[in-house]
Design a protein around this ligand. Structure first.
Ligand SMILES: Cc1cc2nc3c(=O)[nH]c(=O)nc-3n(C[C@H](O)[C@H](O)[C@H](O)COP(=O)(O)O)c2cc1C
Length: 498
Protein backbone atom coordinates (compact mmCIF):
# COMPACT_ATOMS: atom_id res chain seq x y z
CA UNK A 1 0.00 0.00 0.00
CA UNK A 2 1.27 3.50 -0.84
CA UNK A 3 2.51 5.46 2.13
CA UNK A 4 2.03 9.21 2.13
CA UNK A 5 3.69 11.69 4.38
CA UNK A 6 1.91 14.31 6.45
CA UNK A 7 3.51 17.24 4.64
CA UNK A 8 2.05 16.07 1.32
CA UNK A 9 -1.42 15.59 2.81
CA UNK A 10 -1.24 19.03 4.41
CA UNK A 11 -0.83 20.65 0.98
CA UNK A 12 -4.29 19.45 -0.06
CA UNK A 13 -6.23 21.79 2.12
CA UNK A 14 -8.59 23.64 -0.16
CA UNK A 15 -11.79 23.27 -2.14
CA UNK A 16 -9.68 22.55 -5.25
CA UNK A 17 -7.97 19.63 -3.60
CA UNK A 18 -9.09 18.35 -0.23
CA UNK A 19 -7.47 15.36 1.47
CA UNK A 20 -8.15 14.11 4.96
CA UNK A 21 -6.78 11.34 7.17
CA UNK A 22 -9.20 8.86 8.73
CA UNK A 23 -8.00 6.02 10.88
CA UNK A 24 -4.40 6.30 9.50
CA UNK A 25 -5.53 6.30 5.87
CA UNK A 26 -5.61 9.18 3.42
CA UNK A 27 -8.70 10.05 1.36
CA UNK A 28 -9.19 12.53 -1.45
CA UNK A 29 -12.67 13.93 -0.77
CA UNK A 30 -12.53 16.83 -3.23
CA UNK A 31 -15.32 15.56 -5.47
CA UNK A 32 -17.44 14.67 -2.44
CA UNK A 33 -17.35 18.16 -0.89
CA UNK A 34 -20.44 19.42 -2.69
CA UNK A 35 -22.36 16.22 -1.94
CA UNK A 36 -21.78 16.06 1.80
CA UNK A 37 -25.19 16.22 3.52
CA UNK A 38 -23.56 18.19 6.33
CA UNK A 39 -22.22 20.81 3.91
CA UNK A 40 -18.76 21.36 2.41
CA UNK A 41 -17.60 23.69 5.17
CA UNK A 42 -17.65 20.94 7.79
CA UNK A 43 -15.23 18.92 5.66
CA UNK A 44 -13.09 21.86 4.60
CA UNK A 45 -12.40 22.62 8.25
CA UNK A 46 -10.65 19.24 8.37
CA UNK A 47 -8.75 19.58 5.07
CA UNK A 48 -5.12 18.41 5.25
CA UNK A 49 -5.60 17.12 8.78
CA UNK A 50 -6.45 13.99 10.74
CA UNK A 51 -10.28 14.09 10.86
CA UNK A 52 -10.78 10.77 12.67
CA UNK A 53 -12.03 12.15 15.97
CA UNK A 54 -14.48 14.55 14.36
CA UNK A 55 -15.72 11.98 11.83
CA UNK A 56 -16.41 9.38 14.51
CA UNK A 57 -18.76 11.77 16.26
CA UNK A 58 -21.14 11.52 13.31
CA UNK A 59 -20.57 8.32 11.36
CA UNK A 60 -19.30 4.76 11.73
CA UNK A 61 -15.77 4.72 10.30
CA UNK A 62 -16.58 2.08 7.71
CA UNK A 63 -18.69 4.60 5.78
CA UNK A 64 -15.50 5.64 4.02
CA UNK A 65 -15.78 2.38 2.10
CA UNK A 66 -18.53 4.03 0.08
CA UNK A 67 -16.08 6.53 -1.38
CA UNK A 68 -15.04 5.63 -4.95
CA UNK A 69 -11.80 3.58 -5.22
CA UNK A 70 -9.81 6.52 -6.62
CA UNK A 71 -10.48 8.45 -3.40
CA UNK A 72 -8.57 5.88 -1.32
CA UNK A 73 -5.01 7.19 -1.56
CA UNK A 74 -3.10 4.95 0.87
CA UNK A 75 -1.78 4.92 4.41
CA UNK A 76 -0.20 7.84 6.19
CA UNK A 77 3.38 7.41 7.35
CA UNK A 78 2.87 7.40 11.15
CA UNK A 79 6.19 9.20 11.70
CA UNK A 80 4.92 12.21 9.78
CA UNK A 81 1.62 12.79 11.56
CA UNK A 82 3.07 15.93 13.13
CA UNK A 83 3.30 17.51 9.66
CA UNK A 84 -0.48 17.45 9.20
CA UNK A 85 -2.50 20.61 9.62
CA UNK A 86 -4.06 20.88 13.03
CA UNK A 87 -7.87 20.87 12.53
CA UNK A 88 -9.40 24.33 12.68
CA UNK A 89 -10.64 25.04 16.15
CA UNK A 90 -14.08 23.55 16.63
CA UNK A 91 -16.86 25.68 18.00
CA UNK A 92 -16.93 23.55 21.08
CA UNK A 93 -17.64 26.13 23.73
CA UNK A 94 -20.74 25.28 25.72
CA UNK A 95 -23.85 27.20 24.75
CA UNK A 96 -24.26 28.75 28.17
CA UNK A 97 -22.05 31.57 29.33
CA UNK A 98 -19.29 30.32 31.59
CA UNK A 99 -19.96 31.64 35.07
CA UNK A 100 -20.08 30.20 38.54
CA UNK A 101 -23.87 29.88 38.53
CA UNK A 102 -23.74 28.12 35.19
CA UNK A 103 -21.71 25.08 36.14
CA UNK A 104 -23.11 21.63 35.56
CA UNK A 105 -25.60 21.11 38.39
CA UNK A 106 -25.41 18.02 40.55
CA UNK A 107 -27.57 15.30 39.01
CA UNK A 108 -29.88 15.33 42.00
CA UNK A 109 -30.83 18.90 41.04
CA UNK A 110 -32.53 17.56 37.92
CA UNK A 111 -36.03 16.90 39.20
CA UNK A 112 -38.03 17.39 36.02
CA UNK A 113 -37.33 17.02 32.30
CA UNK A 114 -36.67 20.71 31.50
CA UNK A 115 -33.83 20.66 34.08
CA UNK A 116 -31.81 18.36 31.82
CA UNK A 117 -31.90 20.88 28.99
CA UNK A 118 -30.60 23.58 31.31
CA UNK A 119 -27.85 21.26 32.54
CA UNK A 120 -26.92 20.26 28.99
CA UNK A 121 -26.48 23.91 28.04
CA UNK A 122 -23.60 24.19 30.49
CA UNK A 123 -21.62 21.43 28.78
CA UNK A 124 -22.82 20.93 25.21
CA UNK A 125 -20.87 22.38 22.32
CA UNK A 126 -23.04 24.90 20.54
CA UNK A 127 -23.15 22.81 17.38
CA UNK A 128 -24.44 19.74 19.21
CA UNK A 129 -26.96 21.75 21.18
CA UNK A 130 -28.34 23.23 17.99
CA UNK A 131 -28.62 19.77 16.44
CA UNK A 132 -30.78 18.57 19.33
CA UNK A 133 -32.87 21.67 19.93
CA UNK A 134 -33.49 22.78 16.37
CA UNK A 135 -36.95 22.49 14.86
CA UNK A 136 -38.61 23.30 11.56
CA UNK A 137 -39.11 26.81 10.20
CA UNK A 138 -40.32 29.20 12.92
CA UNK A 139 -40.50 26.42 15.52
CA UNK A 140 -44.32 26.43 15.59
CA UNK A 141 -44.69 22.62 15.41
CA UNK A 142 -42.38 22.10 18.34
CA UNK A 143 -44.18 24.78 20.35
CA UNK A 144 -47.55 23.14 19.62
CA UNK A 145 -46.20 19.73 20.63
CA UNK A 146 -45.23 21.11 24.02
CA UNK A 147 -48.30 23.24 24.47
CA UNK A 148 -51.00 20.72 23.56
CA UNK A 149 -50.19 18.51 26.55
CA UNK A 150 -51.12 21.41 28.83
CA UNK A 151 -54.44 21.94 27.04
CA UNK A 152 -55.87 18.67 28.27
CA UNK A 153 -56.97 18.33 31.87
CA UNK A 154 -57.53 15.29 34.03
CA UNK A 155 -60.89 14.28 35.52
CA UNK A 156 -59.69 12.53 38.67
CA UNK A 157 -61.57 9.94 40.71
CA UNK A 158 -61.06 9.70 44.46
CA UNK A 159 -61.11 7.01 47.16
CA UNK A 160 -59.89 4.22 44.86
CA UNK A 161 -57.15 2.47 46.89
CA UNK A 162 -54.08 3.58 45.03
CA UNK A 163 -51.52 2.24 47.51
CA UNK A 164 -49.70 0.22 44.85
CA UNK A 165 -49.45 1.20 41.21
CA UNK A 166 -48.45 -0.90 38.24
CA UNK A 167 -46.90 1.14 35.41
CA UNK A 168 -45.81 -1.77 33.25
CA UNK A 169 -46.68 -1.97 29.56
CA UNK A 170 -45.75 -4.30 26.73
CA UNK A 171 -44.62 -3.36 23.25
CA UNK A 172 -45.34 -6.27 20.92
CA UNK A 173 -45.26 -8.66 23.83
CA UNK A 174 -42.08 -7.25 25.40
CA UNK A 175 -42.99 -6.08 28.84
CA UNK A 176 -41.23 -3.09 30.35
CA UNK A 177 -41.74 -1.39 33.72
CA UNK A 178 -42.85 1.81 31.97
CA UNK A 179 -45.20 2.81 29.15
CA UNK A 180 -42.53 5.10 27.65
CA UNK A 181 -39.43 4.31 25.61
CA UNK A 182 -36.43 6.20 24.26
CA UNK A 183 -37.22 7.63 20.82
CA UNK A 184 -34.85 7.02 17.93
CA UNK A 185 -32.38 9.86 17.57
CA UNK A 186 -29.38 9.99 15.26
CA UNK A 187 -25.75 10.97 15.75
CA UNK A 188 -25.37 10.37 19.47
CA UNK A 189 -21.58 10.46 19.05
CA UNK A 190 -21.91 14.23 18.79
CA UNK A 191 -23.76 14.29 22.10
CA UNK A 192 -21.55 12.01 24.20
CA UNK A 193 -18.11 10.56 23.46
CA UNK A 194 -19.38 7.00 23.93
CA UNK A 195 -22.45 7.63 21.73
CA UNK A 196 -25.30 5.13 21.45
CA UNK A 197 -23.77 2.49 23.78
CA UNK A 198 -23.83 5.03 26.61
CA UNK A 199 -27.55 5.69 26.04
CA UNK A 200 -28.15 1.95 25.93
CA UNK A 201 -26.30 1.45 29.19
CA UNK A 202 -28.72 3.81 30.92
CA UNK A 203 -31.75 2.23 29.24
CA UNK A 204 -30.77 -1.33 30.14
CA UNK A 205 -30.01 -0.45 33.75
CA UNK A 206 -33.52 0.90 34.12
CA UNK A 207 -35.28 -1.63 31.90
CA UNK A 208 -36.57 0.95 29.42
CA UNK A 209 -37.10 -0.02 25.78
CA UNK A 210 -35.31 1.95 23.07
CA UNK A 211 -35.68 2.46 19.34
CA UNK A 212 -32.30 2.76 17.61
CA UNK A 213 -31.91 5.21 14.73
CA UNK A 214 -30.66 4.29 11.26
CA UNK A 215 -28.62 7.48 11.46
CA UNK A 216 -26.59 6.35 14.45
CA UNK A 217 -22.91 7.01 14.90
CA UNK A 218 -22.13 3.34 15.42
CA UNK A 219 -23.15 0.50 13.16
CA UNK A 220 -26.38 -1.43 13.66
CA UNK A 221 -24.39 -4.46 14.82
CA UNK A 222 -22.07 -2.52 17.17
CA UNK A 223 -25.08 -1.01 18.88
CA UNK A 224 -26.73 -4.38 19.35
CA UNK A 225 -23.43 -5.75 20.70
CA UNK A 226 -23.24 -2.97 23.27
CA UNK A 227 -26.77 -3.92 24.34
CA UNK A 228 -25.84 -7.60 24.64
CA UNK A 229 -22.73 -6.70 26.66
CA UNK A 230 -24.68 -4.53 29.06
CA UNK A 231 -27.33 -7.22 29.46
CA UNK A 232 -24.59 -9.73 30.28
CA UNK A 233 -23.16 -7.41 32.90
CA UNK A 234 -26.61 -7.42 34.50
CA UNK A 235 -26.93 -11.20 34.09
CA UNK A 236 -29.68 -10.75 31.49
CA UNK A 237 -32.03 -9.43 34.13
CA UNK A 238 -33.15 -6.29 32.28
CA UNK A 239 -36.44 -6.31 30.32
CA UNK A 240 -35.06 -3.71 27.88
CA UNK A 241 -35.43 -4.57 24.20
CA UNK A 242 -34.15 -2.73 21.14
CA UNK A 243 -36.29 -1.88 18.14
CA UNK A 244 -34.96 -0.35 14.92
CA UNK A 245 -35.94 2.91 13.25
CA UNK A 246 -35.59 2.51 9.52
CA UNK A 247 -34.88 5.27 7.03
CA UNK A 248 -35.56 3.56 3.76
CA UNK A 249 -32.43 3.62 1.62
CA UNK A 250 -33.03 4.96 -1.87
CA UNK A 251 -31.51 1.88 -3.46
CA UNK A 252 -33.81 -1.18 -3.17
CA UNK A 253 -30.94 -3.62 -2.80
CA UNK A 254 -29.44 -1.55 -0.01
CA UNK A 255 -32.86 -1.28 1.61
CA UNK A 256 -33.20 -5.07 1.70
CA UNK A 257 -29.61 -5.51 2.87
CA UNK A 258 -30.17 -3.15 5.80
CA UNK A 259 -33.36 -4.93 6.78
CA UNK A 260 -31.52 -8.25 6.82
CA UNK A 261 -28.77 -6.80 8.99
CA UNK A 262 -31.37 -5.48 11.42
CA UNK A 263 -33.14 -8.82 11.57
CA UNK A 264 -29.94 -10.84 12.00
CA UNK A 265 -28.76 -8.52 14.75
CA UNK A 266 -31.93 -9.31 16.71
CA UNK A 267 -33.90 -6.05 16.80
CA UNK A 268 -37.49 -6.70 17.88
CA UNK A 269 -39.38 -4.50 15.45
CA UNK A 270 -38.98 -2.17 12.49
CA UNK A 271 -40.15 1.43 12.87
CA UNK A 272 -40.24 2.87 9.33
CA UNK A 273 -40.04 6.65 9.41
CA UNK A 274 -42.55 7.96 6.87
CA UNK A 275 -42.64 11.66 7.72
CA UNK A 276 -39.27 12.39 6.12
CA UNK A 277 -39.41 11.97 2.33
CA UNK A 278 -37.15 15.01 2.39
CA UNK A 279 -35.68 16.89 5.29
CA UNK A 280 -37.64 19.62 6.91
CA UNK A 281 -36.06 23.04 7.17
CA UNK A 282 -33.96 22.93 10.32
CA UNK A 283 -33.62 26.64 10.81
CA UNK A 284 -30.91 26.86 13.44
CA UNK A 285 -28.83 24.29 11.57
CA UNK A 286 -28.99 26.57 8.54
CA UNK A 287 -27.73 29.54 10.51
CA UNK A 288 -24.87 27.52 11.93
CA UNK A 289 -23.98 26.16 8.54
CA UNK A 290 -23.90 29.62 7.03
CA UNK A 291 -21.55 30.73 9.81
CA UNK A 292 -19.28 27.75 9.23
CA UNK A 293 -19.25 28.31 5.48
CA UNK A 294 -18.37 31.98 5.86
CA UNK A 295 -15.58 31.04 8.25
CA UNK A 296 -13.91 28.97 5.52
CA UNK A 297 -14.64 31.52 2.80
CA UNK A 298 -17.74 29.98 1.21
CA UNK A 299 -20.85 32.09 0.80
CA UNK A 300 -23.38 29.39 -0.04
CA UNK A 301 -23.34 25.82 1.22
CA UNK A 302 -25.71 22.89 0.84
CA UNK A 303 -28.26 22.06 3.52
CA UNK A 304 -26.84 20.52 6.65
CA UNK A 305 -28.31 17.59 8.39
CA UNK A 306 -26.39 15.00 10.29
CA UNK A 307 -29.51 13.09 11.17
CA UNK A 308 -30.22 12.07 7.60
CA UNK A 309 -26.65 12.21 6.39
CA UNK A 310 -25.53 9.96 9.16
CA UNK A 311 -26.54 6.69 7.63
CA UNK A 312 -24.54 7.04 4.48
CA UNK A 313 -22.69 10.27 4.30
CA UNK A 314 -20.96 9.24 1.10
CA UNK A 315 -24.11 8.28 -0.77
CA UNK A 316 -23.89 9.56 -4.33
CA UNK A 317 -25.93 12.47 -5.64
CA UNK A 318 -29.13 11.29 -7.27
CA UNK A 319 -30.65 12.85 -10.36
CA UNK A 320 -28.32 15.82 -10.19
CA UNK A 321 -29.54 16.75 -6.75
CA UNK A 322 -27.96 15.76 -3.50
CA UNK A 323 -30.08 13.22 -1.72
CA UNK A 324 -29.43 13.67 1.97
CA UNK A 325 -28.10 10.34 3.13
CA UNK A 326 -30.67 7.64 2.94
CA UNK A 327 -33.97 9.42 2.66
CA UNK A 328 -36.18 8.14 -0.10
CA UNK A 329 -38.81 10.56 -1.41
CA UNK A 330 -40.15 7.84 -3.73
CA UNK A 331 -41.65 5.52 -1.10
CA UNK A 332 -45.37 4.69 -1.46
CA UNK A 333 -47.87 2.47 0.34
CA UNK A 334 -47.25 -0.20 -2.30
CA UNK A 335 -43.68 -0.59 -1.00
CA UNK A 336 -45.11 -2.18 2.10
CA UNK A 337 -45.72 -5.40 0.18
CA UNK A 338 -42.03 -6.12 -0.54
CA UNK A 339 -41.05 -4.81 2.87
CA UNK A 340 -43.46 -7.31 4.40
CA UNK A 341 -41.84 -10.14 2.47
CA UNK A 342 -38.45 -9.21 3.92
CA UNK A 343 -39.58 -8.34 7.42
CA UNK A 344 -41.82 -10.78 9.24
CA UNK A 345 -41.58 -9.10 12.67
CA UNK A 346 -43.60 -6.18 14.03
CA UNK A 347 -43.83 -3.29 11.58
CA UNK A 348 -44.62 0.26 12.70
CA UNK A 349 -45.05 3.39 10.58
CA UNK A 350 -43.42 6.33 12.37
CA UNK A 351 -44.81 9.74 11.52
CA UNK A 352 -48.55 9.19 10.94
CA UNK A 353 -50.27 12.59 11.12
CA UNK A 354 -53.93 12.11 10.24
CA UNK A 355 -56.80 9.63 10.66
CA UNK A 356 -56.84 8.64 6.98
CA UNK A 357 -53.24 7.41 7.04
CA UNK A 358 -53.78 5.66 10.37
CA UNK A 359 -56.56 3.69 8.77
CA UNK A 360 -54.49 2.96 5.66
CA UNK A 361 -51.69 1.61 7.86
CA UNK A 362 -54.14 -0.88 9.32
CA UNK A 363 -55.45 -1.83 5.88
CA UNK A 364 -51.90 -2.40 4.63
CA UNK A 365 -51.22 -4.82 7.47
CA UNK A 366 -48.96 -2.77 9.72
CA UNK A 367 -48.75 -3.89 13.33
CA UNK A 368 -48.44 -0.43 14.78
CA UNK A 369 -48.42 3.28 14.07
CA UNK A 370 -46.42 6.01 15.71
CA UNK A 371 -48.22 9.34 15.69
CA UNK A 372 -45.46 11.89 15.42
CA UNK A 373 -44.33 15.04 13.68
CA UNK A 374 -40.68 14.16 14.26
CA UNK A 375 -40.33 16.40 17.28
CA UNK A 376 -41.47 19.43 15.25
CA UNK A 377 -38.49 19.04 12.92
CA UNK A 378 -40.30 18.27 9.68
CA UNK A 379 -43.49 19.91 8.34
CA UNK A 380 -44.07 23.45 9.57
CA UNK A 381 -47.34 23.61 11.57
CA UNK A 382 -47.88 19.84 11.45
CA UNK A 383 -50.41 18.59 14.03
CA UNK A 384 -49.23 17.42 17.41
CA UNK A 385 -49.43 13.66 17.95
CA UNK A 386 -52.06 14.31 20.57
CA UNK A 387 -54.29 16.05 18.01
CA UNK A 388 -53.80 13.14 15.62
CA UNK A 389 -54.79 10.70 18.35
CA UNK A 390 -57.99 12.70 18.93
CA UNK A 391 -58.70 12.59 15.19
CA UNK A 392 -58.32 8.82 15.21
CA UNK A 393 -60.64 8.55 18.20
CA UNK A 394 -63.22 10.61 16.33
CA UNK A 395 -63.00 9.27 12.78
CA UNK A 396 -61.65 5.72 12.96
CA UNK A 397 -61.86 4.54 16.58
CA UNK A 398 -62.08 0.96 15.32
CA UNK A 399 -58.29 0.87 14.85
CA UNK A 400 -57.66 1.41 18.57
CA UNK A 401 -57.06 -2.03 19.98
CA UNK A 402 -56.33 -3.53 16.56
CA UNK A 403 -52.98 -1.77 16.10
CA UNK A 404 -50.44 -0.82 18.73
CA UNK A 405 -50.57 2.96 18.84
CA UNK A 406 -47.52 4.95 19.89
CA UNK A 407 -47.02 8.65 19.95
CA UNK A 408 -44.22 11.08 20.59
CA UNK A 409 -43.44 14.78 20.63
CA UNK A 410 -43.17 17.22 23.51
CA UNK A 411 -43.76 14.74 26.34
CA UNK A 412 -41.91 16.29 29.26
CA UNK A 413 -43.77 14.96 32.29
CA UNK A 414 -45.10 11.63 33.49
CA UNK A 415 -48.56 13.23 33.46
CA UNK A 416 -48.27 13.79 29.71
CA UNK A 417 -47.57 10.08 29.37
CA UNK A 418 -50.65 9.31 31.42
CA UNK A 419 -52.89 11.52 29.26
CA UNK A 420 -51.72 9.70 26.12
CA UNK A 421 -52.50 6.35 27.69
CA UNK A 422 -55.95 7.47 28.83
CA UNK A 423 -56.69 8.31 25.20
CA UNK A 424 -55.67 4.90 23.93
CA UNK A 425 -51.91 4.99 23.28
CA UNK A 426 -50.08 1.71 23.88
CA UNK A 427 -46.85 3.50 24.82
CA UNK A 428 -45.09 6.80 24.09
CA UNK A 429 -41.65 7.90 22.98
CA UNK A 430 -39.52 10.51 24.71
CA UNK A 431 -36.78 12.21 22.70
CA UNK A 432 -34.83 15.34 23.58
CA UNK A 433 -34.87 14.99 27.39
CA UNK A 434 -32.89 11.76 27.01
CA UNK A 435 -30.37 13.37 24.68
CA UNK A 436 -29.83 16.35 26.98
CA UNK A 437 -29.39 13.99 29.93
CA UNK A 438 -26.92 11.91 27.95
CA UNK A 439 -24.92 15.02 27.08
CA UNK A 440 -24.79 16.27 30.64
CA UNK A 441 -24.47 13.10 32.69
CA UNK A 442 -24.02 10.09 30.38
CA UNK A 443 -25.80 6.85 31.30
CA UNK A 444 -26.56 8.15 34.80
CA UNK A 445 -28.54 10.99 33.27
CA UNK A 446 -30.49 8.53 31.13
CA UNK A 447 -31.36 6.59 34.27
CA UNK A 448 -32.37 9.76 36.01
CA UNK A 449 -34.79 10.86 33.24
CA UNK A 450 -36.41 7.45 33.48
CA UNK A 451 -36.76 7.80 37.25
CA UNK A 452 -38.15 11.33 36.99
CA UNK A 453 -40.77 10.36 34.42
CA UNK A 454 -41.79 7.18 36.20
CA UNK A 455 -42.12 8.93 39.54
CA UNK A 456 -44.30 11.62 37.97
CA UNK A 457 -46.35 8.94 36.28
CA UNK A 458 -46.84 6.95 39.48
CA UNK A 459 -47.90 10.07 41.35
CA UNK A 460 -50.19 11.07 38.50
CA UNK A 461 -51.85 7.66 38.49
CA UNK A 462 -52.50 7.78 42.23
CA UNK A 463 -53.90 11.30 42.07
CA UNK A 464 -56.06 10.33 39.11
CA UNK A 465 -57.40 7.38 41.06
CA UNK A 466 -55.99 4.39 39.17
CA UNK A 467 -53.62 1.66 40.29
CA UNK A 468 -52.90 0.09 36.91
CA UNK A 469 -52.53 1.51 33.41
CA UNK A 470 -55.27 -0.84 32.26
CA UNK A 471 -57.65 1.40 34.20
CA UNK A 472 -56.64 4.51 32.22
CA UNK A 473 -59.70 5.57 30.22
CA UNK A 474 -60.68 8.42 27.87
CA UNK A 475 -63.27 9.78 30.33
CA UNK A 476 -60.43 10.51 32.76
CA UNK A 477 -59.32 13.45 30.64
CA UNK A 478 -61.09 16.54 29.39
CA UNK A 479 -59.87 17.20 25.87
CA UNK A 480 -62.64 19.65 24.96
CA UNK A 481 -60.32 22.53 24.14
CA UNK A 482 -58.37 20.49 21.61
CA UNK A 483 -61.48 18.79 20.25
CA UNK A 484 -62.96 22.21 19.53
CA UNK A 485 -59.99 22.93 17.31
CA UNK A 486 -59.94 19.58 15.58
CA UNK A 487 -60.15 19.39 11.81
CA UNK A 488 -63.67 18.62 10.58
CA UNK A 489 -64.56 17.39 7.11
CA UNK A 490 -66.64 20.03 5.35
CA UNK A 491 -68.52 19.06 2.21
CA UNK A 492 -66.90 15.70 1.55
CA UNK A 493 -67.31 13.17 4.32
CA UNK A 494 -64.20 11.64 5.79
CA UNK A 495 -65.40 8.18 4.87
CA UNK A 496 -64.92 8.95 1.18
CA UNK A 497 -61.36 10.06 1.87
CA UNK A 498 -60.32 6.96 3.77
C1 LIG B 1 -31.66 15.27 17.73
C2 LIG B 1 -32.78 14.44 17.18
C3 LIG B 1 -32.50 13.44 16.27
C4 LIG B 1 -33.53 12.67 15.75
N1 LIG B 1 -33.21 11.66 14.89
C5 LIG B 1 -34.21 10.88 14.39
C6 LIG B 1 -33.90 9.80 13.53
O1 LIG B 1 -32.75 9.53 13.23
N2 LIG B 1 -34.94 9.09 13.05
C7 LIG B 1 -36.25 9.36 13.36
O2 LIG B 1 -37.15 8.68 12.89
N3 LIG B 1 -36.55 10.36 14.21
C8 LIG B 1 -35.57 11.12 14.73
N4 LIG B 1 -35.88 12.13 15.61
C9 LIG B 1 -37.28 12.31 16.04
C10 LIG B 1 -37.55 11.49 17.31
O3 LIG B 1 -37.55 10.11 17.05
C11 LIG B 1 -38.90 11.84 17.93
O4 LIG B 1 -39.90 11.73 16.96
C12 LIG B 1 -38.94 13.23 18.56
O5 LIG B 1 -37.68 13.59 19.07
C13 LIG B 1 -39.94 13.29 19.69
O6 LIG B 1 -40.08 14.58 20.16
P1 LIG B 1 -39.38 15.14 21.51
O7 LIG B 1 -37.93 15.31 21.20
O8 LIG B 1 -40.08 16.42 21.72
O9 LIG B 1 -39.62 14.14 22.61
C14 LIG B 1 -34.86 12.91 16.13
C15 LIG B 1 -35.14 13.92 17.06
C16 LIG B 1 -34.12 14.67 17.59
C17 LIG B 1 -34.44 15.72 18.61
Amino acid sequence: MTSLDGAEVAKHNSRKSCWIVLDSKVYDITSFLSKHPGGAATLLKQAGSDATTEFKKYHPLDYVNDLPPEAHLGAIDPNTLGQLIKPKEQQDKPVGEASSDNELPHLSMCVSCPDFEKAAKTVMPRKSFIYVSTSANTGASLATNLDDWTRINFRPRVMRNVGDVDMSRSIFGHKAPYPFYISPMGTMGAIHAAGEPEMIKGAVRKGAHMVVSTASTKTTEQIMQSFVDEQKRLKDSSPTRLFFQYYMPVDRQKAIELMRIVKKAGYKGLWITVDTPVLGKRTQDRVLQAEEALAVGIEEDSTADWEAGGENAFAPAMGGRVVSGQLSPHTTWEDLSWIRKEWDGPLVLKGIQCAEDAKLAMQYGCDGILLSNHGGRQLHTAPSALMTLLEIRTYCPEIIGKLEIFLDGGLRDGSDVLKALCLGATAVGVGRPYLYALAAYGAQGVERVTDVLSEELATGMRLLGISSLDQARPDMVNATRLLNEMWRPDTVSLKSRL
